[in-house]
Design a binder for this molecule. Structure first.
Ligand code: PAF
Length: 286
């Protein structure tokens, strides 16, 4: 695996592939690589001629400076895991490569897509994600962008951004990968208090129950039930939302929506976990 820290070196390496018309798969990450990231890398490897993975802990998407400081940065292990998953290139840009002095961020307002769910709890977060993903796509110019569906709102916003600013890249949404007990893989899982770890899969169990419940009840009943049950179990639930899987609008009447996704954010001790599950309809092409 080649490791590049400058745009110039990385682009020089990719140039012959581009000229030959090869497909370039791109997996942007902030490091702390886990099995979920590895699944994205493997999928890109199966579908693309070259797979490039980036690690860049993007300061502009952290609304809480403490979270940025606490963010794990196990670089040696990451390199091992990324190369083990079959990536061809690891792009490790320094801040100045991503945000040079003359950098001008993309202008794209995702409107209501960023005002729901994560929006009120993480002010400025999606502006930061849009800025960095646009910048990385603009530099790398991949054919395909692989993103996990765990960050459902994130991938919806990026899908809109790509369409709106007409970037020539295909977004490939990838299924959530779960630990054996159902907890979605996340870089934050290692920070869960061991005494609370056995409770963590309840988010997924509750979403599974919610799917059954939605067969007979309306969205609002399921919302209230979901939050209450998680709070009773010891979580501090920020939202247990049932949204339209395309527009992210909160569901009022289930019959009016073909795709309904249950999205959850809840604190377990001092770790904030998010997860989601399709409750009605067919998942995106994952
Ligand atoms: O999902 C993430 O890890 C980040 O938000 C991303 C897409 C790499 C942008 O920094």
């Amino acid at each position: 695996m080649h490791v590049f820290t400058t745009n110039k070196d990385m682009l020089e390496y990719l140039e012959p592939f581009r000229k030959a018309g090869s497909t370039i798969g791109f997996v942007p990450t902030m490091g702390a690589i886990h099995t979920g990231h590895q699944a994205l890398i493997k999928r890109s490897g199966n579908e693309s001629d070259v797979t490039i993975v980036s690690i860049f802990v993007n300061p502009t998407q952290f609304n809480d400076p403490k979270d940025l400081i606490k963010y794990p940065r196990p670089l040696a292990q990451d390199i091992h895991k990324i190369s083990g998953a079959g990536a061809d290139v690891l792009y490790l840009p320094r801040d100045e490569e991503v945000y040079p002095p003359d950098f001008v961020p993309v202008v794209f307002d995702p409107g209501h897509l960023q005002q729901v769910m994560e929006g009120p709890f993480r002010p400025g977060h999606f502006e930061g994600v849009i800025t960095v993903v646009h910048r990385l796509l603009d530099v790398v110019k991949p054919s395909r962008l692989y993103m996990g569906l765990k960050d459902y709102q994130q991938q919806t916003i990026i899908r809109h951004m790509i369409k709106k600013v007409q970037m020539p890249v295909e977004l490939v949404p990838c299924t959530i990968v779960r630990e054996e007990d159902g907890l979605a893989f996340s870089s934050r899982n290692v920070r869960i208090d061991p005494a609370l770890r056995s409770i963590a899969p309840s988010i997924y169990q509750t979403l599974l129950e919610a799917r059954k419940m939605l067969e007979t009840k309306e969205a609002d009943d399921v919302r209230t039930w979901g939050s209450e049950i998680l709070n009773d179990l010891g979580f501090r639930t920020e939202y247990f939302e049932l949204c339209d899987g395309i527009s992210l609008e909160p569901v009022i009447q289930k019959k009016e929506h073909d795709l309904i996704v249950g999205c959850v954010a809840a604190w377990l001790g001092d770790v904030r976990l998010i997860d989601n599950l399709v409750l009605k309809g067919h998942p995106l092409n994952a």
